[in-house]
Design a protein around this ligand. Structure first.
Ligand code: CMP
Length: 139
C-alpha cells in the first residue's frame, strides 16, 4: 500500500541555473506539501553513501563529483500516492525522454545533470528522508 511521503533533492545544476524557485513552485502547484526542507551541500562521504546502490556503475564517480559540486535542496514531500505522483511530475531520468510538462523536460540538462531526484519506492523514500533529516526537522 502506498504511503503519502516521498523524498526529493533539487540537484546542483538546478540551483546553479537559477531554477530553485520555479521547481519548488511546480511541486507545490502539483499538490505536494513540504514536510521538511534544507538548503545544504553533500560531502563526498554523504554522496557516496546516498548513491551506494550505483557504486558499480561506470557513472558513479561522475555522479558523486556532480552531487558535491554545489548546493542542493533536500525535502520531504507529502501527497496522496506521493512516490508515484512525484515521479510522474519529474519525468524520465533522461530529459530527452521526459514527457512534456515535467520538471526534467523543462529544467534538466542531461541524464546525469537531471535537475531533481525522486525516491523510487516508499521504502527508499523513508530511508532517504531519514538520511537527510533528524526527526525534529520533519513536520
Ligand atoms: P536519480 O535517478 O535521481 O539517481 C541516480 C542518478 O544517477 C540519476 O538521477 C542521474 O543523475 C545519474 N545517472 C543515471 N544514469 C546515468 C548515466 N547513464 N550517466 C550519468 N549519470 C547517470
Amino acid at each position: 500500500m502506498a504511503t503519502n511521503r516521498t523524498f526529493t533533492m533539487l540537484k546542483p545544476d538546478a540551483i546553479e541555473n537559477g531554477h530553485m524557485g520555479k521547481i519548488l513552485d511546480m511541486i507545490i502547484q502539483a499538490g505536494f506539501t513540504i514536510k521538511a526542507m534544507k538548503y545544504t551541500t553533500l560531502s563526498t562521504e554523504q554522496a557516496k553513501k546516498f548513491y551506494e546502490v550505483h557504486a558499480e556503475r561506470p557513472f558513479y564517480g561522475e555522479l558523486v563529483d556532480y552531487m558535491t559540486s554545489g548546493p542542493i535542496v533536500a525535502a520531504i514531500l507529502e501527497k496522496e500516492n506521493a512516490v508515484a505522483d512525484f515521479r510522474t511530475l519529474i519525468g524520465a531520468t533522461d530529459p530527452a525522454e521526459a514527457a512534456e510538462g515535467t520538471i526534467r523536460k523543462y529544467y534538466a540538462e542531461s541524464k546525469g545533470r537531471n535537475a531533481v531526484h525522486g525516491s523510487d519506492s516508499d521504502e527508499n523514500a523513508e530511508i532517504e528522508g531519514k538520511f537527510h533529516f533528524a526527526a525534529s526537522e520533519i513536520f
